[in-house]
Design a protein around this ligand. Sequence first.
Ligand code: BG6
Length: 487
Amino acid sequence: MARKNNLCDFILFGGHGDLAFRKLMPALFHLSKDGYLEDESRIITISRRSISNQEHKTLVKERLIEFLPKDSFTEKDYEIFSKKLLLITVDFSTNEGYEKLQEVLNEFEDRERINYLSTSPAFFGGICQALSKWDLITEKTRVVLEKPLGRDLKSSQEINKKVLSFFKEDQIYRIDHYLGKDTVQNIMALRFSNRLFVHLWSSNHIDHVQITVAENVGAEGRWDYYNDYGAMRDMIQNHLMQLLCLIAMEPPCSLDANDIRDEKVKILKTLRPITTTALANSTVRAQYTAGSSIGESVPGYLDGEVTQSNTETFAAMRVDIDNWRWNGVPFYIRSGKRMQKRNSEIVIQFKPMPHSIFEKSNGASIVDNKLVIKLQPEESIELRLMNKIPGLSENMKLQEVNLELNAPQTQKRKSDAYERLILDVIRANATLFMRLDEVEAAWKWADPIIEGWENNLVPMKKYTAGTDGPTAAVQMIAQDGRSWNDE
Ligand code: BG6
């Protein structure tokens, strides 16, 4: 049982939304069950719906049963959890309902308060303003902002400016749930605690890096949101950029949140801008057409709720980092919906051996080493090395083998990224959250690409649902004499 030290009021705005039911409530349930939330803590759902507390509890219970792993839900744990649940109805357009929130929060004025904004970013400013107006922001109050933080640099700056007029930067937690994944955090451990990689980790030995986040699902009932954002804004500008930063950053001078964020932001600032003329060669955007996903036929992106759209469901690009370490080492990144399988991985492809003594004597070829960091569906780290095939054959034969670097599973259950992140906000540890300048630097890099795409400087390609994406993405990397790590 974990140490109980996290007494707080957790106020969940947008608490009846998809993310809240799918991810946040299950994460809070697990934290409660594992003893990370003190019993007196309260989870206050803020919703537009005017239902009774009892109806709210029943709804939460139903959705927990739907979204929790089968063996996680027990009546006994729910009984304890449900005592923390409370519903307050607030209408964000009229601000009706904040008096009630004030009354409830003032019962424990000295408590840590976490305001989790899981609403459209259009409401972020208004909610923060209302919290200030009703005097609900104390020194112990924090605010968590769910992505997307804007649609471009300008709108992101507007949102941040508004929030910053009520909260100090160190009270703001901008969430990117990829940073809460264990293997993503492990990238730092791998890079900065193993001498083996210290000298290998640069253009001297690395040929290129690939980052893939492929999903087999489609827009999944979030059409309005997705069609407005697309793969570039929904995944590349945030999740993939964060992964790229962790692979590319210099060692931070400590594990302090700001030291780590200083190094990440340096990478974002050294990304080579993709110019209008480079767009067509270095980027690919595409939409899926009807096909099949895990054995079932699925409609195309334009066969559903939208029939005309310039929104990409797949994006791929070559990214270059203009600094000493990465000079001449391209990062190829891609992300798409309705791909063949759910597969997220980072591949560090090492350069060929300077000379092969094997090929000359018996024709055995050497496969270049790679380090494959798998994030999904399973988490693993594999170093692909060459090895002798055992036996008495006259010629030495080689094979590629995997050296698996997986830590023995000590936890009973693999915790979800949101559990770690929620707990970090409660503990006021901002290491895994994005600082303002990181978000802005990522938009600054992404904006010209998005603008070029919106002006149709790059044609929208098609790919059949259930495949590895458009052939244009294969051609993009092939023009540099390389190929994706698709097995
Ligand atoms: C979210 C995106 O941030 O990440 C979704 O908005 C996407 O479109 C999801 O499906 C993917 O997260 P994960 O953890 O399942 O890879």
